[in-house]
Design a protein around this ligand. Structure first.
Ligand SMILES: [Zn+2]
Length: 199
């Protein structure tokens, strides 16, 4: 995997890629299983454990600063507001969310815009325009639905993007728990559609 990651770094320098993310359904994960899944997907160790001031649970490769944590809370606040407008009521507590902050596998996208993303297996995106040769760059990725968990990359600036990624990953989780049919229609971006889903 280390060799693969080195290869990815080289490849990303050459080709860049589109920003998007994918989801992998998983349910009823214990914390240990969740951490193992995050490690498997990112090849990172999540040595920092903590929470945001509003109570979202955090696992991170490095201790996040307050701007990062506040941006996460803001993304969840935005998510809960739009969810309530759609009359969704389940999983609208900060403590319902477990968020992993991984190392960025790239920090700029193909257009040279700051875009910390993670490289993940191409899965259903294999052969699509996103496919970088067995992997794709993702802004974030859902890890589990019970508890609600997702992963995205460390940011050192553009914290608005952090809030956006949190809100967008959270959309899939809120929909899963509140509107399963809508969730199923919007979960797989390889068939089209993006974010925001909730308006
Ligand atoms: Zn999505």
């Amino acid at each position: 995997m280390n060799k693969l990651k080195t290869l990815l770094q080289l490849v990303l320098l050459l080709v860049g890629g589109a920003t998007f993310h994918q989801t992998t359904p998983a349910q009823n994960r214990s914390d240990r299983a969740l951490i193992n899944e995050a490690r498997r997907i990112t090849n990172d160790d999540f040595s920092f454990t903590g929470q945001t001031s509003k109570g979202a649970r955090i696992y991170a490769v490095n201790q996040p600063n307050s701007r990062m944590l506040d941006a996460i809370d803001q993304g969840l606040t935005d998510l809960f507001a739009i969810a309530r407008e759609n009359n969704y009521q389940r999983r609208l507590n900060y403590s319902d969310y477990t968020i992993f902050i991984a190392k960025a596998d790239r920090t700029t996208n193909r257009e040279k815009v700051y875009s910390p993303d993670i490289a993940v297996s191409a899965a259903q995106y294999a052969g699509s325009v996103y496919d970088q040769g067995g992997f794709v760059y993702a802004a974030g990725m859902v890890l589990a639905y019970n508890p609600c968990a997702f992963v995205f990359a460390e940011h050192t600036r553009d914290f608005q993007r952090v809030s956006d990624v949190v809100r967008y990953e959270g959309e899939h989780l809120v929909l899963y728990h509140n509107d399963r049919r809508f969730y199923q229609r919007t979960a797989d971006h390889s068939r089209g559609g993006g974010h925001p889903i909730l308006k």
